[in-house]
Design a protein around this ligand. Structure first.
Ligand SMILES: NC(=O)c1ccc[n+]([C@@H]2O[C@H](COP(=O)([O-])OP(=O)(O)OC[C@H]3O[C@@H](n4cnc5c(N)ncnc54)[C@H](OP(=O)(O)O)[C@@H]3O)[C@@H](O)[C@H]2O)c1
Length: 263
């Protein structure tokens, strides 16, 4: 799907600012650093059973996170957490992701991989260690072909994931993934955590989201912290009278759902 076709398939969801419980699935959060420590408590407070997957599940740091998370959360090895989970959140370093997926690929079949990782594109930084030709999201889907990879939250700072109020206004979370039902399910979860969502196509579009993350981190990478920004997409308009025939590359078989925001 081309970028243009993907954008033709945009589905803007209703913005929900309150936390709403969505279900009681088991969620493995792999990695207990900044993002794992931010997203785990959010899953717990939206009604999920959280198991942290860590290299050191009995460490003081992980114990403190489990206590902070509450709601029956616990920690285990990554392999055991993945085996028990319905949804696996990849909140670990990109450099450790390939091994983690390959070592546990048989336990990932049919499950949702909630991919928040970011990899550097070789086109942008050819000499950077771990730089990729395609994207982290596309590679993860290739390493775990029977899993349903959905990319989300890779464009949001951990402090905003922990508390969307830190953004000082609404935040849009772009999502991509090949399995429509899985993408919609992740979209519901992200909305329940207090974010607006926008679905931008299949996992081959993950490089677009990872490029957005590169931009997002510019103020941080250059130490201009007072220039930090958040992504917020408001509903736009198409040119008057335009039809699918005038949009080169548009896939007219893809249904487009556009909803007005509630705020
Ligand atoms: N920081 C952000 O605001 C942000 C925003 C969007 C996306 N992301 C993405 O989220 C992912 C995690 O970022 P982060 O900022 O949370 O990183 P971090 O604070 O450095 O935490 C990474 C965690 O990965 C786990 N890990 C597993 N294998 C590891 C290894 N070989 N070496 C080091 N750590 C290993 C560790 O948990 P255990 O010790 O428990 O194993 C560690 O705490 C990255 O892909 C990043 O690009 C980050």
């Amino acid at each position: 799907m081309t970028t243009r076709r993907a954008f033709a398939a945009i589905a803007v969801s209703l913005f929900v600012f309150v936390t709403i419980p969505v279900s009681a699935e088991v969620v493995a959060i792999i990695g207990t650093g900044r993002m794992g420590g931010a997203i785990g408590p959010r899953f717990a407070e939206t009604g999920h059973k959280v198991i942290y997957g860590s290299r050191n599940p009995a460490s003081k740091k992980v114990n403190a996170l489990v206590t902070q998370t509450g709601h029956g959360a616990r920690a285990d090895t990554s392999a055991k957490a993945i085996a028990e989970a319905d949804i696996i959140v990849l909140a670990l370093l990109w450099s450790a992701t390939e091994d983690l997926i390959k070592e546990n690929v048989d336990k990932l079949d049919g499950k949702i991989i909630f991919d928040i990782t970011n990899a550097t594109l070789k086109a942008l930084q050819p000499d950077r260690e771990g730089a990729v030709d395609s994207s982290a999201g596309a590679l993860i889907q290739a390493w775990a072909p029977n899993a349903k990879v959905v990319k989300a939250f890779n464009t949001v700072g951990y402090h905003v994931v922990a508390d969307p109020e830190h953004a000082g206004g609404p935040v849009t979370v772009p999502l991509v993934g090949n399995d429509q039902a899985a993408v919609e399910h992740v979209s519901e979860i992200v909305q329940a955590m207090g974010f607006q969502t926008i679905i931008l196509g299949g996992i081959e579009q993950a490089h677009v989201l990872e490029g957005m993350a590169t931009l997002y981190f510019v103020p941080y990478g250059s130490g201009r912290f007072d220039e930090a920004f958040e992504y917020y997409f408001r509903k736009g308009t198409a040119p008057e009278g335009i039809g699918s025939a005038q949009v080169r590359g548009a896939d007219i078989s893809v249904s487009t759902t556009l909803a007005d925001e509630t705020r």
